[in-house]
Design a protein around this ligand. Structure first.
Ligand SMILES: [Zn+2]
Length: 149
């Protein structure tokens, strides 16, 4: 597994609008004091204006990912009480479903590069693509590599 540290600086940069110069240790994520841990809670994730809802426990199934870790707090908007991501909402549907089902699907109509970028942003490795979609993903990856040579 790739370490969390690899994608972290980029995700954080997107949250606060600057590009990190890198090697300094990152400060701990901000966790608002008034949001005490309860058993579970419903979270609203706003992706470019489209609202998704899920349980916190669903996201925390995968603690090595952006949404499953405290890193998501960088994207929390206290005013509207939701997380905001300036990312592709169509692809995000598949990402959220991964947390729900443990299977990641590859939408064949999406450009492979943009799909890969979304996975990288949310800290999810393509290894977790389900058997139902893996071959399509792999074939597309190979085609892409050939085209770009
Ligand atoms: Zn599939």
């Amino acid at each position: 597994m790739a370490s969390v540290a690899a994608w972290l600086p980029f995700a954080r940069a997107a949250a606060i609008g600057w590009v990190p110069i890198a090697t300094h240790p990152l400060p701990p994520p901000p966790i608002p004091k008034d949001r005490r841990k309860s058993d579970d809670e419903k979270l609203i994730i706003n992706v470019s204006g489209r609202r998704f809802e899920t349980w916190r426990n669903t996201l925390e199934k995968y603690p090595d990912t952006l949404l499953g870790s405290n890193e998501r707090e960088f994207f929390y908007d206290e005013e509207v009480r939701e997380y905001f991501f300036d990312r592709d909402p169509d692809i995000f549907r598949h990402i959220l479903n991964y947390y729900r089902t443990g299977k990641l699907h590859y939408p064949k109509h999406e450009c492979l590069t943009s799909y890969d970028e979304e996975l990288a942003f949310f800290g999810i490795l393509p290894d977790v693509i389900g058997d139902c979609c893996y071959e399509d993903y792999r074939d597309r990856k190979r085609e892409n590599a050939e085209r770009l040579m």
